[in-house]
Design a protein around this ligand. Structure first.
Ligand code: IPE
Ligand code: IPE
Ligand code: MG
Length: 230
């Protein structure tokens, strides 16, 4: 109830994007292996999506694995690619409890087949849900997204035609990056053209409702002009 009062009169950004950074550093802080950070980070994704939906955000796009993250040690990649499958099988009897749409953005040609099967099942199970979308960017990178889009188009290329081929079509209103880094790391380069940026030192596994409300309050202090004077 407190947050409802806090959020009264606040403008809620329609499309929020989050760079989920700091899983490893969070785990290290507690003397745990990086995989522990990824596990907590993965669980936190569903908590934050629920909160985002309750706050009235329409779409939450999260950066979960970049086209550059394949550079990491095999052991870490194997964990990141296999743990979601295990978690899905443990919880699939509850999939109908998810009352929002889940979609995925990113390359499909390099992910393990078992993971693609799970992704497809999640998408199918939630596709009729309306009102809120959680889009998970997995093996996603903006260079790849834009080049793939351009290669599908005939010249002359227009902004609208290019946007129609992007994996994430809606412009971002608020971009959040956790864990202190202030860079995009190849995330939604096109879509954040007029987004407001918010950086927090909080590591992703510790990012919660209080943090999201703080980001939205900060967003409300911004004056978006889109090149005009209004
Ligand atoms: C984000 O946390 C998750 C992925 C990129 C997969 P990191 O794994 O980048 O954690 P840090 O930045 O090393 O702490
Ligand atoms: C960005 O985080 C990618 C994701 C959060 C999925 P990284 O940890 O990979 O980014 P850099 O290497 O610090 O730029
Ligand atoms: Mg990182």
């Amino acid at each position: 109830m407190v947050s409802v009062i806090i959020l009264n009169n606040l403008k809620i950004p329609s499309h929020v994007a989050i760079i989920l950074d700091g899983n490893g550093r969070w785990a290290k802080k507690y003397g745990q292996p990086r995989s522990f950070g990824h596990l907590q980070g993965g669980k936190n994704l569903f908590s934050v999506a629920k909160i985002a939906k309750e706050l009235g955000i329409k779409k939450l796009t999260v950066y979960a694995f970049s086209t550059e993250n394949w550079k990491r040690p095999k052991e870490e990649i194997d964990y990141l690619m296999s743990k979601p499958i295990e978690m899905y099988h443990e919880n699939k009897h509850r999939i109908k409890e998810i009352d929002y749409k889940i979609t995925f953005a990113g390359r499909k040609d390099r992910l393990p087949h078992d993971l693609l099967v799970v992704i497809n099942q999640i998408v199918q199970a939630t596709k009729e849900n309306e009102g809120f979308e959680l889009c998970v960017a997995l093996d996603y990178g903006s260079y790849d997204e834009i080049i793939t889009a351009v290669n599908q188009l005939d010249k002359p290329i227009t902004k609208e035609a290019l946007e129609s081929k992007l994996m994430v079509k809606e412009p971002v209103d608020l971009l959040i990056r956790t864990s202190g880094e202030q860079r995009l790391s190849n995330f939604l380069l096109w879509q954040v053209s007029y987004a407001e940026f918010y950086f927090t030192k909080t590591h992703w596994p510790a990012f919660n409702k209080k943090e999201l409300v703080k980001a939205i309050k900060n967003y409300n202090k911004r004056h978006r002009r889109f090149g005009g004077l209004a």
